[in-house]
Design a protein around this ligand. Structure first.
Ligand code: HEM
Length: 136
């Protein structure tokens, strides 16, 4: 399925303005950290305010990457893939599944126009990024 990037951008925009972007990312991390003990363990020494910025940046890069593969976004994501690989943080498929579920749940709560079409497009985007992160 081809991703409708414009639909994703509009949905993401609605999420960030609906309660303020801090609320959106707070909610995501509340869900994500509570999703499994292995997830909260990975973040024990993390500054969550900084991490929220990292996620915001990562989502923008993912959107840019899905839009056009051969941009700076590809290089940045390659670096993120390295930091998350078995040699470093060792983030596994099951962790990415939780990441995707929590992100979709947060979007569902914050995008007032959330529907099946919006969900399908976000799912396609997150699947592409997860496939990329797990490839070597
Ligand atoms: C596609 C999904 C994900 C993206 C795009 C993403 C992106 C990022 C980015 C941009 C950073 C900061 C820079 C870096 O260290 O490379 C980061 C850090 C981190 N991520 Fe992810 N991440 C993803 C999934 C996950 C998952 C599933 C976990 C599981 C626990 C995770 C755990 C972490 C940790 C522990 C850090 C380091 C925090 C610190 O500096 O203390 N990430 N991530």
């Amino acid at each position: 399925m081809a991703i409708d990037i414009n639909l994703i951008k509009l949905s993401y925009g609605r999420c960030l303005v609906s309660g303020g972007k801090k609320k959106f990312f707070d909610r995501f991390y509340d869900l994500f950290l509570a999703s499994h003990p292995q997830i909260s363990e990975k973040f024990t020494s993390t500054d969550l305010a900084k991490q929220q910025e990292a996620l915001q940046y990562a989502i923008s890069m993912a959107i840019l990457y899905a839009e056009k593969k051969d941009t700076i976004a590809g290089q940045i994501l390659a670096n993120v893939r390295r930091t998350h690989s078995p040699r470093y943080m060792d983030i596994r498929r099951e962790h990415y599944v939780l990441w995707e579920q929590c992100l979709l749940q947060t979007i569902r709560e914050y995008d007032a126009e959330f529907d099946d079409k919006v969900e399908q497009n976000w799912r396609e985007l997150t699947q592409q990024i997860i496939t990329y992160m797990l490839s070597s």
